[in-house]
Design a binder for this molecule. Structure first.
Ligand code: AMP
Length: 224
């Protein structure tokens, strides 16, 4: 059976993480989030984490060589052999070129690039109210999706915190970096015939249903 290799594109706060969790279950894919991998390195105090933290706190991209080493090792792991879902990678055209080269070397290819579209003001509203649990990164929103007890994760009881990079100044910087470096990838994947667009302002269940149907079609087309 052909593997299903997907990219989730979209600004920070577009709902990539939420959709990725669901699609991972629908299609048994390895969910690979470079942001989560970097935060784990920071939490463990590794050398890589220490080097990455100052870029992350400033809302800037971590240098490509750090990210590329991490990703090329990760997509060859056992659980990613049948397919993967990249969330937060690639973030610029050199990362996209490097991914294409790495996949080509092992006769693998992308099935599709899924773009979640959400306007900037909505992003700022979403991210500034976002809270994540310390233990597993479960995501809440102070207005849109509050936990049952303020400051406590419904799923595992751990404390909810605001990510350092979800403060308003950093959010604006991340949006700038997205517009300059990451948004051009939408064209890149459109030209490759891989792009599918989704309205990320809709209800997450609706977005999920739409993406799931689209991925099912992409998988069928891929097998023909
Ligand atoms: P995210 O959770 O995907 O929004 O990522 C949080 C932060 O990690 C970003 O603002 C970047 O500083 C860094 N980061 C995550 N993925 C990448 C990537 N592919 N390239 C460079 N930096 C990244």
């Amino acid at each position: 059976m052909a593997e299903t290799n997907l990219i989730l594109l979209g600004p920070p706060g577009a709902g990539k993480g939420t959709q990725a969790e669901r699609l991972q279950q629908d299609f048994s894919l390895a969910h690979i989030s470079t942001g989560d991998m970097l935060r784990a390195q920071v939490a463990n105090g590794t050398e890589l984490g220490q080097a990455a933290k100052r870029y992350m706190d400033a809302g800037e991209l971590v240098p490509d060589e750090v990210i590329l080493g991490m990703i090329s090792a990760r997509i060859t792991e056992q659980d990613a052999r049948e397919g993967f879902l990249l969330d937060g990678f690639p973030r610029n055209s050199s990362q996209a070129d490097a991914l294409a080269a790495t996949l080509a070397e092992s006769q693998r290819r992308l099935t599709g690039a899924l773009a979640l579209e959400v306007p900037d003001e909505e992003i700022v509203r979403r991210l500034s109210g976002r809270r994540v649990c310390l233990k597993a990164g479960h995501v809440y929103h102070v207005e849109l999706d509050p936990p049952k007890h303020e400051g406590v994760c419904d799923q595992d009881g751990s404390r909810l915190i605001q990510r350092d990079d979800d403060k308003e100044d950093t959010i604006r910087k991340r949006l700038e970096v997205y517009a300059e470096q990451t948004a051009p990838l939408i064209d890149y994947y459109e030209q490759a015939g891989l792009l599918r667009r989704f309205d990320g302002t809709r209800d997450p269940n609706e977005v999920h249903n739409h993406i799931r149907a689209t991925v099912a079609t992409l998988r069928m087309e891929d097998r023909l």
